[in-house]
Design a protein around this ligand. Structure first.
Ligand code: NAD
Length: 367
């Protein structure tokens, strides 16, 4: 049987720097765990624009459709800010999500004990936190029509449309319930059914899907209250399922509970392929961080944790995913810190590659 395949799209800014460290980890699994992957690499975002005049070449799109998993670094940067909207780096990312039909975006917010002091919240509120936000990713107000800026009388009007079909809600809900079954069996659905018809439909459909999962405790919350609860008592949640717009905001809010953007992975999953694996793309939550790009300062952990999610959700290697997560937890507990994780007490931060060295050493020690 051939090895599982991965397409690496490092992208722009710190994307290639953090992805270099992930490549070392992928190689480690091939060498030390007999878990080899067929890895290919290609361009996305500004890097693809520079080479091809588009943020994602059709050939790259075709490759992404064929592989078992895509690993993406980050896209964007000031150099591309003035490009036409249609060729901005982010359009490459949106095209991947849309054409692979990655409708379910998983964003864990997990607080490593060693970093609990880092959160803007009190330590006892976040210590041991482990929640998962499932954000619907391919529909809603970011895609709905009509959209645009139109003339109306003697002024302009900006229009975006929140639109959800029942089937779009159903598949996002189902992925949340499936996840909850593997976790603590609680789903909280968030919308604004008090003021939005799409929210009323969202609540109805999630409730209907929930009937198929009698073991899972389902609750509903207005998204604005959800935002408050996330910073008041985040540990009340297990899995949160919500739409594209609210999910964008709520997952960033949950992200800050854990301290640093440099620690946050994500997975975007679609329907199962012929081999049973879901279409999947894994990427850190952070962007291309132009302020530190090229300086060896970036924290590679978010990207490594994204690969751990790939091991778990694409390759059914939950134990190996845990091995990598435990190695990361260990180096943090031992005091390894990149610059973004430095507390007021100071110290000498590790470079991106030095953090990679420490994690590889911890992986070796796990054998
Ligand atoms: P950003 O996430 O790139 O950076 C925000 C801050 O966090 C910066 O100070 C940065 O130095 C820091 N940071 C982020 N990741 C880090 C890491 N791994 N290690 C250490 N520090 C890290 O967000 P931004 O500054 O708003 O956006 C910069 C560019 O990235 C823009 O062009 C934006 O469009 C793009 N962007 C891309 C994605 C993506 O590719 N998924 C997501 C968000 C933003």
């Amino acid at each position: 049987m051939s090895n599982p395949s991965i397409l690496i799209l490092p992208g722009d800014g710190i994307g290639p720097e953090v992805m270099d460290q992930v490549t070392r980890v992928i190689d480690w699994y091939g060498a030390k765990r007999d878990l080899a992957f067929d890895v290919s690499t290609d361009l996305v975002g500004g890097a693809a624009y520079d080479a091809h005049g588009v943020p994602l070449h059709d050939d790259t799109m075709a490759k992404a459709q064929e592989v078992d998993a895509v690993l993406l670094g980050a896209v964007g940067g000031p150099k591309y800010d003035d490009l036409d909207f249609s060729v901005k780096p982010e359009r490459g990312l949106l095209r991947l999500r849309k054409e692979m039909d990655l409708f379910s975006n998983l964003r864990p917010a997990q607080c490593f004990d060693a970093l609990a002091d880092f959160s803007s919240l009190k330590k006892d509120i976040v210590a041991g936190l482990d929640i998962m936000i499932v954000r619907e990713l391919t529909s809603g107000v970011y895609f709905g029509e009509p959209r645009g800026i139109f003339e109306e009388g003697n002024e302009r009007v900006g229009i975006n449309t929140q639109r959800y079909t029942e089937s779009e809600i159903e598949r996002a809900a189902r992925s949340a319930f499936e996840l909850a079954m593997r976790r603590n069996k609680k789903v909280c659905s968030m919308e604004k059914a008090n003021v939005m018809e799409s929210g009323i439909l969202w609540r109805e459909v999630v409730t209907r899907v929930g009937a198929d999962y009698p073991e899972v405790e389902l609750s509903h919350m207005y998204a604005d209250n959800g935002a408050m609860q996330l910073v008041r008592a985040p540990k009340q949640f297990d899995v949160i399922v919500t739409d594209n717009l609210f999910g964008d905001i709520l997952s960033d809010c949950a992200a800050m509970l854990t301290g640093s953007l440099g620690m946050l992975p994500s997975a975007s999953l679609g329907a199962p392929m012929a081999n049973g694996r879901p279409k999947a793309m894994y990427e850190p939550v952070h962007g291309s961080a132009p302020d530190i790009a090229g300086q060896g300062k970036a924290n590679p952990i978010a990207c490594m944790l994204s690969f751990a999610m790939a091991l778990r959700y694409s390759f059914d290697q939950g134990d190996e995913a845990a091995r990598l997560e435990n190695a990361i937890e260990k180096v943090l507990a031992d005091g390894a810190r990149t610059a973004d994780l430095m507390g007021p007490e100071g110290g000498t931060p590790l470079s991106t590659a030095q953090m990679g060295d420490a994690i590889l050493a911890a992986l070796d020690a796990s054998l």
